[in-house]
Design a protein around this ligand. Sequence first.
Ligand code: SAM
Length: 550
Amino acid sequence: MEGTLSQLSFISSNSSLFLNTQFEKPPLMADTLVLRAIKSTERNGASKTKPLKYIRRRTGQASEGFHESRKRVSKVNLEVSPHRAVCAVRLMRIELGGAFADLLNEKGKGSGSNEMGYVERTLGFRTRPLDDRDLRLVTDIVGGAIRWRRFLDHLIASLCHSQKMFEGMEPLLLQILRIGFYEIVKLDMPPYAVVDENVRLAKVALRPGAGNMVNGILRKLVLLKENNTLPLPVVEGDDRAKARALATIYSHPVWMVRRWIKQLGQDVAEKLMTWNNSDPHFSIRANIAKDFTRADLVELLTMLKVPHELSPHLDNFVRISTGMQIIIQASLLKQGLCSVQDESAGLVVSIVDPQPGETIIDCCAAPGGKTLFMASRLLSQGVISAIDINKGRLRILKESAILHEVDGVINTIHADLREFARNNSVKYDKVLLDAPCSGLGVLSKRADLRWNRKLEDIELLKNLQDELLDAASMFVKPGGVLVYSTCSIDPEENEERVEAFLERHSEFHIDPVDRYVPHNFVTMRGFYFSNPVVHSLDGSFAARLVAIRI
Ligand SMILES: C[S@@+](CC[C@H](N)C(=O)[O-])C[C@H]1O[C@@H](n2cnc3c(N)ncnc32)[C@H](O)[C@@H]1O
């Protein structure tokens, strides 16, 4: 994932979350159908620059409204509500991923920072610029429509004449319906205004017939909602049937629901999904390396009228539930005075417990959330070697380190850790392996992640985690510390990886983490676990292992 300096401080270290509008990611699973359709259109010789809005999902044919002669107009359209136009296009970008960029622009991501450029080239018109309220709505609606996709699609499909009609729906029309359904069912917005606005968007962006269709379906929805007769699945039948129904009600993939019911029981699984669907909470870390203390941060937040509270767990952290846009606009992040970092990630750094003068290797360091926090705690004495296989993400780390004024203690290395460990025999006081993982602990922040993950990923990740743990252990000094962490809540990526490692490496033993984090985060085996359902933080795990002195 590439990034620019302006993105640096938006990094949530646990989840590599970017709070800006960059969405560069592989296409989503459920949309292979859509992508296939698009690719088949390309194969059939259709113009690469044909507006994406005209592609049908299943057939890959141009819709009835497509006219080669239709020219894009660059006039500002005042009829359409700008935030809905932006939402529709942003949802298309997220859902179609690289294929979207390719279709719009043969250079791919050329206009990544210019959202209005995307709107203009996708819809054929410009809207007035978004104000703060529009921006908040875009964030809410896009996040919500992605999170609730399975649930919304169930309702939309139930109100279409046939499954075929739903499956053949063109992507832009589907996004407009998802927006309307989300606004009516989940945001409880005034229904007839929502109908009118989305009908207008469909008419202007597509064609009058599309507007009529949106009108018919949304009006049906309004009636059903008013009569409290929404077609919701009933949780009954065998385990599989129950999991399917819960997956629709809570809008998660069926495999995740089945796994969680088995691991946690239905009650906790439902609580976890409720957390994943709730508005994400953020915390902000004051950058003491720039002599910017939490007291300074609190003073600024008070001045900016951003409601906040102090973290009970970490000295430099402040929690906020609203006001992120204000913080962004005030340039606090751009100036490197603070960064967005979940407390669950901050607690992993507490477990590493970096001390001035120490040598540390951060084995999977990019984009650098934990590296920067560790570096700030070295107080300019010591060194952190920050390794990552991903050059783009490592570049973000480097730029952030300069911005945060901790570059003096960070040395970046672009390498595959396994390869690097084979060819280097340097030993460090502390080794952090923040391993690549499923990210199942950060689904409330990464709205789209649930749809990108597959059950098979966990198996692949487990092998990689074992290999990386073996490699990381080679850097630990006798008596030194190895911290293994993930932002997953899955025992197979967490406790089970550590237990398997200890079987392979009798030279390590568990150092219980109760000296470093509050007791309610410590498991029976002495590991750290932040549980979204219990702690209202992102889910994450860490084990502190010590190498015996020979
Ligand atoms: C969970 S992220 C790390 C997040 C980071 N510690 C932070 O706090 O911002 C995992 C990282 O592992 C890196 N990675 C994956 N496989 C790797 C390998 N074989 N060698 C080195 N880095 C690897 C990925 O590029 C990714 O940046």
